[in-house]
Write a protein that binds this ligand. Structure first.
Ligand SMILES: Nc1ncnc2c1ncn2[C@@H]1O[C@H](COP(=O)(O)OP(=O)(O)OP(=O)(O)O)[C@@H](O)[C@H]1O
Ligand SMILES: [Mg+2]
Length: 554
């Protein structure tokens, strides 16, 4: 766990090394000024007050004022640099996380709920700020400051200084006791927040079902349980942190005892001067601040390390695309696609073998129809063809070349796809058809709109194709959504059109419209229709395959 976290932090902070060094330098400058000022006080009390020298006292006080002002200014510059650093690191980290999530294989999404992924993008990133800010530098500075402080204190009094060193193992013991518990609680908290976000996200997206079946109370109960779990875990962490800071008081009690107990005794026996004690008190106070800051920061590290680890894990997951330099498939004259001896099962599926030695061929510019009952593996065929999953054995070839050898982006561009479920963006109809491309030929667009029967939809809606369709197209009917998806696939310059149950949601008239649209492309493009019920009497396929149960081509 530690190794991954460290290399993640290193990879994001290394590009900013010069800024980090500058921040470290400023932090030191700030500390050095703190070291000088007590020496002035000692001189004033031990030398100038007894000798009644007013002028040096005034000079030292003015110098102190100048130093204190410079210190504040250095502090301001350091804060500005640190915020810039944090901003840059966070922009990159958030973009990288989004980018990685987009490039992960489909399998990842099947096993993770979207709410959990969103929680990783938001909660874990915010939580791990402490690792990418100036906190680590402050810890380094504080540790070094304490080290530099010791010689100054040793000069004033050896015994009192050495006594303070005994406090270090005590603090370490206390930290060790609590850090493990905090790491565990931090881990549980980030999991519970993920779980809660997932549930919330599902309930919002499934609101129609919840309303239809009156599931409000049940869902509210579920959510309130999850909220309670999150808040309980937060409370646990806060209580543990409070216990920890309570125990860390032992160090300040120790310091007070050393200062006032040993210090007063030493003045009485004439071992040290009052000026030395005042300077020592200042130094002790200076040491106390870094001590408690180190406590607080290290505590923060323990608490948020699990979030950082989740991010590190995510960023090291394998991307879907490994062969960026793969072959680019030719759009025409590609002869055939073949499924050769394909055996496949989803690893998590209860159906042991969805395909066993499946063989079939799709020829260029032919219309191939694959039929089969529900659950026979029709959509699965689709997944294999689009390389969302790989078969356990056998191979799929395009032009006699295994499809894995093609560049994945170009390979997927080869297909114009209409899924069984309509996937639509919450924007206008036209943008859903053009997929946000700007340079679309208006004549071609119009042709596709006419072809898919969207012209009648356009007339029905007040804003025509500029209508914003709501999340997932909630403002449209199932058939309208499917027409948009078909138009989208036809508008692409793909020479291979695939439809997975694309006429399933259509009424008789719309189905006839779509079949007419398909007739237009038969012979010009390759058409693969996967369906459990296709009106063959309206459009005769060149090849017909039937998937039985278990899925076998007959
Ligand atoms: N991601 C998955 N993980 C595990 N099993 C899956 C997954 N997707 C589908 N299955 C299983 O694989 C089998 C085939 O599913 P598939 O979706 O290919 O059927 P289909 O023929 O398209 O059915 P329908 O006509 O209902 O769409 C089913 O038994 C299903 O439970
Ligand atoms: Mg299906």
């Amino acid at each position: 766990m530690k190794q991954k976290n460290i290399s993640l932090i290193r990879s994001y902070l290394t590009p900013h090394i010069s800024r980090l060094l500058l921040i470290l330098f400023l932090l030191f400058l700030f500390s050095l000024i703190s070291l000088v000022i007590p020496q002035f006080y000692k001189r004033i009390i031990d030398c100038y007050i007894p000798n009644q020298e007013i002028l040096p006292i005034i000079i030292l006080l003015i110098l102190t004022a100048i130093l204190l002002f410079s210190q504040k200014y250095i502090d301001y510059i350091e804060a500005k640099l640190s915020s810039n650093l944090k901003r840059n690191v966070f922009i990159k980290l958030k973009k990288d996380i989004y980018d990685r999530i987009q490039k992960l294989p489909l399998n990842y999404y099947l096993n993770m709920s979207s709410g959990n992924i969103i929680s990783q993008c938001i909660f874990d990133v915010e939580n791990s700020q402490v690792f990418f800010s100036n906190t680590s530098l402050v810890i380094i500075r504080d540790l070094m400051f304490i080290l530099i402080l010791f010689p100054f204190m040793l000069v004033l009094d050896v015994e009192m200084t050495l006594a303070t060193i005994t406090l270090i193992p005590v603090s370490f013991f206390i930290y060790n006791r609590y850090s493990k518990q905090l790491i565990m609680s931090g881990q549980q908290l980030s999991e519970k927040i993920g779980d809660y976000t997932a549930n919330l996200q599902e309930n919002i997206s499934q609101i129609k079902v919840i309303k239809t079946f009156n599931l409000h109370n049940q869902k509210a109960h579920e959510i309130s349980e999850k909220i309670e779990r999150v808040e309980n875990e937060k409370r646990e962490i806060e209580i543990k942190s409070a216990q920890y800071s309570m125990l860390s008081v032992i160090t300040s009690i120790g310091l007070n005892f050393i200062i006032w107990g040993i210090g007063s005794y030493k003045i009485i026996i004439g071992d040290i001067t009052i000026g030395s004690l005042i300077a020592l008190i200042h130094y002790f106070n200076l040491a106390l601040q870094p001590f408690s800051r180190i406590y607080a920061n290290v505590l923060n590290y323990s608490r948020t390390a699990p979030s950082l680890h989740r991010i590190a894990e995510l960023l090291t997951l394998d991307e879907e695309i490994k062969n960026n330099d793969g072959i680019v498939p030719q759009k025409t004259n590609w002869n055939s696609i073949r499924f050769e001896n394909i055996c496949f099962s989803y690893s998590s599926s209860e159906v042991a073998n969805i395909f066993q030695h499946l063989n079939f061929e799709i020829k260029e510019n032919n219309f191939t129809l694959i039929e089969g009952p529900s659950g026979s593996g029709k959509t699965t065929l689709f997944h294999l063809l689009l390389r969302f999953f790989s078969p356990q054995s056998g191979q799929i070839t395009l032009n006699e070349i295994p499809i894995e050898q093609y560049n994945l982006y170009d390979y997927r561009n080869f297909f114009g796809v209409v899924y069984q479920e309509s996937f639509l963006f919450n924007t206008s109809i036209v943008k859903n058809i053009t997929l946000f491309k700007e340079n679309i030929d208006p004549v071609k667009l119009e042709e596709v709109i006419q072809m898919t029967g969207l012209a009648s939809v356009q007339r029905q809606l007040e804003n025509g194709l500029e209508t914003i369709i709501g999340e997932g197209g909630v403002k449209l009917s199932g058939g309208q959504k499917q027409k948009i998806c078909l138009a989208r696939a036809l508008l692409l310059d793909a020479s291979f059109i695939i439809l997975d149950e694309a006429t399933a949601n259509l009424d008789g008239d719309s189905e006839i419209e779509i079949i007419a649209a398909l007739k237009n492309i038969v012979g010009k493009k390759t058409l693969l229709v996967i369906s459990h019920r296709f009106p063959k009497e309206l459009l005769q396929p060149d090849q017909l395959y039937t998937l039985g149960a278990p899925a076998q081509v007959e």
